[in-house]
Design a protein around this ligand. Structure first.
Ligand SMILES: NC(=O)c1ccc[n+]([C@@H]2O[C@H](COP(=O)([O-])OP(=O)(O)OC[C@H]3O[C@@H](n4cnc5c(N)ncnc54)[C@H](OP(=O)(O)O)[C@@H]3O)[C@@H](O)[C@H]2O)c1
Length: 245
């Protein structure tokens, strides 16, 4: 199975990759910003039984590089079975409220770059009439909260993009999975005090692999976030706007 992971240095993405190592013939193409970090992950996956691991350190969020990146991927793997788009940055809300350039950068990291890479991946999967595109959004995109709505807005865009892409690619036998994690204990949340709601990256990774196998459309992970977000979404706006969220 050929697995491309964009943002492969993410702890959640690593959790996904570790799970695929236990399956036969797993070939990985890991894309990230840092060769050192990618090499460490590649070594780990080889020890765990990966058949082949390619690494590609590049500025993958630069729009001019999307096509050439996928040309390099296709030179190493003839078909794409799974493309996981995992990169993201937890936007500093207060800074974003006062710094439009920072906000634009964050929106690019969390939304437009994800869409751009998704568009290129989708064209290839459509051409080959197979494959799964799995994209990590967030429950933060389900309803804006005053404490993180700029990150949430980008993730809401990711969810809408996945929904439309899934609809468009269905006739071409290409599946799209929207992944909506709640709190996960990873470097991204290192500064946030931990509580019982925090999941482990490896558990979230295992849930993602299971959802890909079962061709789920939307994965809330851990599962209880579906119930939490259902309640959050039904709170009437005239009450919600008064809450300290
Ligand atoms: N952790 C959570 O609670 C949580 C909850 C919901 C959704 N998510 C989403 O899950 C995904 C994976 O995050 P994680 O929790 O596994 O965090 P993580 O381990 O900190 O990984 C973040 C990843 O994003 C990359 N990245 C960050 N800023 C970037 C930029 N400006 N340009 C390119 N790459 C950048 C990082 O690359 P480097 O290694 O090079 O820094 C790393 O690969 C993200 O999309 C995140 O939004 C996380």
């Amino acid at each position: 199975m050929n697995i491309v992971i964009i943002g492969a240095t993410s702890a959640i993405a690593h959790g996904v990759a570790k799970k695929y190592c236990s399956q036969k013939n797993s070939v990985f193409y890991l894309v990230g910003r840092s060769q050192d970090k990618l090499s460490a992950i590649a070594d780990d996956l080889r020890v765990r039984g990966a058949q082949q691991v390619y690494t590609d350190a590049c500025l993958f969020t630069d729009v001019k590089q999307y096509q050439t990146l996928f040309s390099r991927i296709l030179a190493s793997m003839k078909t794409l079975d799974i493309v996981l788009i995992a990169h993201g940055s937890l936007t500093h809300q207060e800074r974003a409220e006062q710094d439009a350039l920072y906000t634009f950068d964050e929106l690019h990291t969390n939304f437009t770059s994800v869409v751009g890479l998704g568009v290129v991946a989708a064209e290839q999967c459509k051409k080959q009439r197979s494959g799964t595109i799995a994209i990590i959004g967030s429950v933060a995109g389900e309803r804006g909260r005053q404490s993180n709505y700029l990150y949430g807005a980008a993730k809401a865009g990711v969810t809408a993009f996945c929904s439309g892409l899934r609809n468009r690619l269905m006739p071409f036998n290409v599946h799209v999975l929207t992944i909506l994690p709640g709190f996960v204990d990873t470097p991204m949340t290192a500064e946030i005090p931990k509580n019982f709601l925090f999941a482990k990256a490896d558990d979230v990774g295992a849930a993602i692999v299971n959802a890909i196998e079962k061709k789920k459309n939307v994965l809330y992970t851990p599962f209880f976030w579906l119930y939490i977000m259902t309640i959050v979404k039904i709170i009437p706006e005239f009450i919600y706007k008064r809450l300290k969220t």
